[in-house]
Design a protein around this ligand. Structure first.
Ligand code: ADP
Ligand code: MG
Length: 697
């Protein structure tokens, strides 16, 4: 039997002492097995010598040629130029840094073997700083037998060393030293190569491999590993979900009389989509196991009303409900909204943020623990250890994409201790306005049930979006003046300059001053993240009442703010923001019946991606389309909402590239759970490690 490679530490590698072993460990490479899962991100082909006559710019190749002449030239930049030829043509080698010894090696007639990129030069093709060696005419060194892997590196470990480590590990690879956890039936069904073959091929591909395929990560061996990794991720999420489903939660039923009362004062009819989502929620709540449901609904689709109705289930059943919002402004707004909706029903709404301190805090905490408060609204301050509920049965998390995974997990923990005595856990409703592309939603949220509000309330007019260079700022301000004269209200958003709130606040302050001096008689006010909660609330209230016509803001208003009369949105430097964020911001307008405008006040010149994003914004207002485009333009690592899922830190898989496999992965996961349950743990551990994020929850 071979020793499993997972149990051979990297310290056993030739050329690795304790300090290097530590360094490798820090890079996630502790064992021989880890090295074998450390795959090259590209390859060089040094297996063939190319005739110069067959080269074209852009090729990375080995040539073997004879020096015709070498000379140091000083035109523009001092460099060593070496003209070489083989039987098929001439080319130039160009060196900017070189030693005297190097120059003297290049005597006419010397034979060189070079590896480098071919590019056009002033006198035909050339290679700049090729790797080269002088070869003796009749005993030329053999070329490489397989493609040369180029590995991801960490500081202090150079490519040749990493290559040697992986080679050493590869020598120990056999079907017994690393077990294939994918059952043979499954491999056969999906036409996947074995783990052993895949690893061997990827560390040392033979020259006849499809090189385009392997460079793009589409080789069957790469696909197999990506498949296994996605499968492990999926199984881990399913396991979490399974654990949750075994837990107990209160059965919640709505009181029809209360519901009627509530609907009567809501002032609008639910859209079909809202009604459908509420009935899905209602079904979950009646089951006695904790609901874990994600509601995706575009900006303005009416998620708040859905949350309120879900809460009514909890309250009707004599329980408490809580809603957590990512910003104070939003929490404050929910508080007002819920007071308006619930107080007439004789219910008590409480409010808590980090800034509520002292006597006020004590009082609210006492009311909460004493059970006087039915509905609790707040920021993440709600989930501090001293906040104790009397009978919490439902937690709503609004705009979850603004919370990291850690916070989401902390909430689950909080949920666990909500009722220590009985072990009963609260239901959870998670709401997000950042649509995750459908292709990814399944992968990102396999641990949740998903509902989609795919309909906007009636009477909305689409927002007309224009992109204007900031050189025409004066014209935009003039149009803003006219709009205000027509009774409109506007947002003027200053985007993040850098990760520095101080400077952001300053930029917003400058914009406010500029607008105030250019818009006499118009009330311009400022809101930003550094302001005191009370100041922020006052400004927001003034804007809501219509006393303030132009609200200058940093991106703090991005999520959730609802002022239906605001119909103009100016976004400065929109090129700095991602599509999801732009979509969120634009969603602040177009909420009333009046025609709305969004001005993207960009700073030229735009990058290719910047241009593409603004173009998408002008073309569509559908959040799902935007999310898909976002994914195309930026790749999944950057798409809002997926960043926090943990799926982006994958080793082999790439959600964008491999999304076509997600459906198969799901089926394979079901199959494994049914037919090879012993593999579940092994797979999760191999790919997610013992530090599996969800293991403890
Ligand atoms: P979001 O989904 O972005 O959180 P909100 O819940 O803030 O959206 O709702 C946006 C606006 O639409 C609010 O003014 C809300 O009162 C209104 N609204 C919600 N549902 C309906 C509906 N069915 N008919 C008309 N207006 C609605
Ligand atoms: Mg909202």
């Amino acid at each position: 039997m071979s020793q499993p490679l997972s149990s051979i530490p990297v310290s056993q590698l030739k050329g690795v002492g304790p300090s290097l072993a530590e360094k490798l460990k820090g890079f996630g490479l502790s064992s021989y097995e880890d090295l074998l899962f450390h795959l090259p991100n590209r390859y060089q082909d040094r297996t063939r010598i190319h005739p110069i006559g067959s080269l074209s710019p852009g090729m990375d190749v080995v040539i073997e040629a004879e020096v015709v002449l070498a000379d140091v030239v000083t035109r523009r930049r001092r460099s060593l130029l070496c003209k070489v030829r083989d039987g098929s043509g001439f080319m130039t080698l160009r060196f900017f840094h070189f030693s005297g010894a190097q120059k003297s090696q290049m005597t006419p007639g010397a034979k060189l073997r070079c590896y480098g990129s071919v590019r056009p030069g002033p006198n035909g093709l050339e290679m700049v700083h090729p790797e080269y060696q002088v070869v003796a005419e009749y005993k030329a060194k053999a070329v490489e037998q397989h493609l040369t892997p180029i590995y991801p590196l960490t500081e202090g470990i150079q490519q040749p060393r990493m290559r040697s480590f992986c080679e050493q590990a590869l020598k120990r690879l056999n079907p017994y030293s690393i077990l294939d956890y994918l059952p043979a039936e499954l491999l056969q069904h999906w036409g996947l190569p074995t783990l052993h073959d895949s690893l061997r091929l990827l560390h040392a591909p033979m020259p006849d491999v499809d090189q385009t395929e392997i460079q793009e990560g589409l080789h069957p061996s790469q696909r197999r590993l990506a498949f296994e990794e996605l499968l492990a991720q999926h199984l881990s999420l399913l396991r979490l979900r399974h654990k949750t489903q075994k837990d107990q939660a209160r059965v919640l039923m709505i009181d029809r009389e209360r519901e009627t009362q509530f609907m009567a004062q809501l002032g609008f009819q639910l859209t079909g989509a809202q009604a459908r989502v509420i009935s899905e929620i209602g079904a979950d709540l009646s089951l006695g196991h904790p609901m874990l449901r994600l509601v995706q609904g575009d900006v303005g689709s009416g998620k708040t009303a859905v949350a309120a109705l879900a809460m009514l289930y909890a309250i009707s059943s004599g329980q408490q409900a809580a809603i957590m919002a990512p910003t104070e402004i939003l929490a404050e707004q929910h508080f007002q909204q819920f007071c308006e909706w619930f107080e007439p029903l004789g219910l008590k709404v409480g409010w808590l943020a980090g800034k509520v301190k002292g006597k006020k805090r004590e009082k609210i905490l006492a009311e909460l623990a004493g059970g006087e408060i039915d509905i609790m609204v707040g920021t993440h301050a709600l989930f501090q250890p001293d906040v104790i509920f009397d009978r919490l049965a439902l937690v709503v998390i609004d705009e979850q994409h603004r919370f990291g995974v850690d916070q989401r997990m902390a909430l689950r923990d909080k949920g666990m201790v909500a009722d220590e005595v009985s072990g009963v856990r609260p239901h959870q409703l998670i709401m997000t306005a950042t649509p995750i592309p459908r292709t990814l939603a399944m992968a990102a949220y396999a641990d949740l049930d998903v509902s989609v509000i795919d309909e906007l309330p009636p009477g909305r007019t689409p927002v007309e979006t224009v992109a204007i260079s900031d050189q025409r700022r004066d014209q935009v301000i003039e149009r803003l003046r006219q709009s205000c004269a027509e009774g409109r209200q506007a947002y003027w958003v200053c985007t993040l300059i850098e990760e520095n709130e101080e400077m952001d606040a300053q930029a917003a302050q400058d914009a406010t001053t500029l607008l105030q001096s250019n818009l006499p008689g118009i009330n311009v006010a400022l809101v930003h993240g550094k302001m005191k909660a009370k100041e922020k609330a006052d400004v927001m209230a003034g804007f809501k009442r219509g006393d303030i016509q132009v609200l200058v803001a940093t991106t703090v208003i991005e999520v959730g703010v609802n002022v239906p009369n605001a119909s103009v949105m100016v976004i400065e430097n929109p090129e700095r923001l991602g599509l999801a964020q732009l979509h969120q911001l634009r969603g602040r307008v177009g909420r009333g019946a009046t025609e709305s405008f969004c001005v993207l006040l960009y700073h030229a010149p735009l990058s290719k991606f910047g241009k593409a994003r603004l173009q998408v914004m002008r073309e569509t207002s559908d959040g799902f389309v935007i999310a898909e485009k976002d994914l195309e333009i930026r790749g999944p690592g950057e798409v809002m909402g997926t960043r926090q899922t943990g799926l982006v830190s994958m080793r082999v898989a790439d959600l964008l590239r491999d999304k076509d496999m997600l459906g198969d992965v799901k089926q394979a996961a079901d199959w494994i759970i049914r037919h090879a349950p012993d593999r579940v743990d092994l797979l999760i551990r191999r790919w997610l490690g013992y530090g599996e994020r969800y293991a403890e929850v």
